[in-house]
Design a protein around this ligand. Structure first.
Ligand SMILES: N[C@@H]1[C@@H](O)[C@H](O)[C@@H](COP(=O)(O)O)O[C@@H]1O
Length: 244
């Protein structure tokens, strides 16, 4: 595992944006796995700035988002579809038919999940997967559990995640209780993975995911078994890392 401990959120975001841009410059047809949450916002804004300066072109890039709330219309201000539009897609030239976000309103969830996996496979798999991390160690919406789902699935969110994510909703009871998420193997099959974390409330999760042990109660810990994983954290999130 490559670990970069950055001075602050801004330098973390710039480094992540440079990694994405280099990937696209080397392979303009790259398939990107994208994350939401507050952590990658700075990276997206940096990529938009690079695009506006003509430093990176997304016209052949294909994207797959990790997850979406179940039962939330995509027009809802807190949907991950809206997040992606507002922070990234509306400002760059990823063709619309190249953008993929799980459909949280599909009538047949099982079919929806199978089709999502199939689309990733047909695209040739993910070249570069961007991840954030939940304060409980979740990646995508793969929540701590005794068993982890391998492929895209419907997941019941934990109280911790509902509480953490309530800041994006008017009231905590408005946070959907379920979500669609790609699975652990969907993530692990990515050729390269970059995980970002910022702030003191991620320090325990980062310590656990770099502990040298795989623990399904900290889903991100499985990333230690990936051969091309880069962790970019700010000083606060990296404060408890013990072994490098
Ligand atoms: N499903 C998303 C994750 O993909 C994200 O990594 C995590 C952390 O979010 P934040 O960056 O806002 O702390 O929260 C959400 O639950």
């Amino acid at each position: 595992m490559r670990i970069y401990i950055e001075e602050n959120y801004e330098t973390m975001s710039k480094k992540a944006a440079l990694m994405v841009a280099s990937q696209i410059i080397l392979n303009p047809k790259s398939v990107l796995g994208l994350a939401t949450g507050s952590t990658p916002v700075g990276m997206y804004h940096e990529l938009v700035a690079m695009f506006k300066r003509g430093e990176v072109d997304f016209s052949e890039v294909i994207t797959f988002n990790l997850d979406e709330y179940y039962g939330l219309p995509k027009e809802h201000e807190s949907s991950y579809y809206r997040y992606m539009m507002d922070n990234f897609f509306s400002y760059v030239n990823v063709p619309e038919h190249h953008m993929h976000i799980p459909n949280g309103m599909g009538e047949n969830v099982v079919k929806e999940c199978l089709e999502y996996e199939e689309k990733i496979r047909i695209a040739g798999g993910i070249d570069l997967q961007i991840l954030g991390i939940g304060s409980n160690g979740h990646i995508g919406f793969n929540e701590p559990a005794d068993k982890l789902n391998v492929t895209t699935h419907l997941v019941r969110l934990t109280e911790k995640t509902i509480n953490d994510n309530s800041r994006f909703f008017e009231r905590e009871e408005d946070v959907p209780k379920e979500a669609l998420s790609v699975g652990i193997a969907t993530i692990m099959k990515a050729k390269k993975i970059v995980l970002l974390a910022s702030g003191r409330n991620k320090a325990e999760a980062i310590r656990e995911m770099t502990s040298g042990y795989v623990n399904t109660q900290v889903p991100a810990s499985i990333l230690q078994t990936h051969s091309e994983i880069t962790l970019i954290v700010d000083k606060e999130a990296g404060a408890l890392i013990e072994a490098i």
